[in-house]
Design a protein around this ligand. Structure first.
Ligand code: PMP
Ligand code: GLU
Length: 399
């Protein structure tokens, strides 16, 4: 079959590639600890599952309105107002098949060939390829680890050209764990005010997961005057342990939401009706789990940090949010495995650790940041301890 030139140039998602490889090895009988794909290990709370059953039994098994049921969009509008102090009318909200599809549709709806999209690196694996599918040009801005991998106003200012269409801002960040403070967002807003043609996509999917004093803010909250230039993307995947239900949502200017809805109406129609009912229960029900899970994430983050920071050749900094450690490993480059192979990249190290430590991780190169690897700590303490021990043992074998 002929495959289009455009799609030939698109990478397979690095996170999904590694998770599939781990699943394949598991199917072959290997005991692999999968720390590559980023998702909570907690089960979706029972009351959410019950509400999906009820919805299915009550006939919510048909197509819904393309941008989502009115009940769910009302609950999302309330969530934006209560949690973020941001006003989005129900007509300015769209529900999609995961936050991923909404980011994709927003880019498809707005980019003309040659438009540039600023992506601070390290970035979530899918952003650059989504931009390319939409015929845009990803403009990768490497961010300094010493600044917590956050884009600075100076770097943003330098990256903006006449062709810039979007800035993609992800906080808490995947894989960096960076959480932008209100002051940092305000400083970026100052730059953005001078460039009215630039829209800003805020990927807030990890909003619920922040550590210590790192409080979550979204851009429109601290810079309300930018309201009509921002798409605020969020969802229940990470917050409510609902990755498989595939429900994301976004609030933004009505012309953008309508264009995204047009694309959805010609592609997937609507997010699953039963999934939407479950998301409604998630947003309207008790939020108790979020706090309990956050405590578990902090404990696990420290557990991994304490074990791996003692391993020569690895360097870790505590993330401010999300559930990833982004670990510097470039000091191990040049070392030789027991099989006589020289490790020359983070990809080679991840393959070595998969084969010899039986731990699946994702190379920093996939996130536009060579010399690092990402470890998802949304796993049980037992698995994490075993994984850290195995990684440590495998690294000790390098000469
Ligand atoms: N943005 C980031 C930064 C993510 O890590 C993910 C996780 N896949 C998504 C968006 C997509 O979320 P969803 O599962 O709701 O599509
Ligand atoms: N967001 C998760 C990750 O970064 C899930 C996989 C994906 O969609 O990329 O691992």
């Amino acid at each position: 079959m002929q495959i289009s030139e455009k799609i030939k140039n698109i990478r397979v998602s690095g996170t999904i590639k590694m998770a599939e490889l781990a699943r394949k090895m598991q199917a072959e009988g290997h005991d692999i600890i999968e720390l590559s794909e980023g998702e909570p290990d907690f089960d979706t709370p029972e009351f959410i599952i019950e509400s999906a059953f009820d919805a299915a039994r009550n006939g919510q098994t048909r197509y819904t309105s393309v941008p989502g049921t009115i009940e769910l969009r009302k609950a999302i509008s309330k969530k934006f107002y209560n949690d973020n102090k941001v006003e989005y009318h129900v007509d300015d909200i769209i529900v999609g098949t995961g936050a991923k599809q909404l980011i994709f549709n927003a880019l498809l709806a707005t980019i003309n060939p040659g438009n540039e999209v600023i992506i601070p690196a390290p970035y979530w694996v899918s952003y650059p390829d989504m931009v390319k599918i939409a015929d845009g040009i990803p403009v990768i801005v490497p961010c300094d680890s010493l600044n917590g991998f956050k884009i600075t106003p100076e770097k943003l200012h330098k990256a903006i050209t006449n062709d810039t269409r979007w800035l993609l801002l992800n906080s808490p960040g995947n894989p960096s764990g960076a959480v932008y403070s209100s002051e940092e967002l305000m400083a970026l807003a100052d730059v953005l005010r001078d460039h009215k043609k630039v829209s800003i996509m805020c990927d807030d999917i990890y909003e619920a997961i922040t550590f210590g004093n790192n409080q979550f803010y979204t851009l429109v909250e601290v810079a309300p005057d930018l309201h009509d230039r921002v798409l605020t993307v969020n969802g229940v995947s990470k917050s409510h342990a609902m990755t498989g239900w595939r429900i994301g949502f976004a609030g933004g200017p009505n012309d953008l939401i309508s264009a995204m809805s047009k694309i959805q109406g010609q592609s997937t129609t609507n997010a699953s009706s039963v999934g939407q009912a479950a998301a409604l229960a998630a947003l309207e029900g008790s939020q108790e789990n979020l706090g309990v899970w956050n405590l578990a994430y902090v404990r696990r983050m420290r557990l991994v940090r304490d074990r791996l920071s003692a391993v020569p050749g690895l360097a870790l900094r505590d993330p401010q949010g999300a559930f990833y450690h982004f670990i510097k490993c470039s000091d191990l480059f040049g070392k030789t495995t027991p099989q006589g192979d020289q490790l020359t990249s983070d990809n080679a190290l991840c393959l070595y650790l998969l084969q010899y430590a039986h731990v699946a991780l994702v190379a920093g190169t996939e996130f536009g940041c060579p010399g690092y690897f990402r470890l998802c700590f949304a796993k049980s303490d037992k698995e994490l301890i075993k994984a850290c021990d195995s990684i440590s043992e495998a690294i000790k074998l390098l000469t």
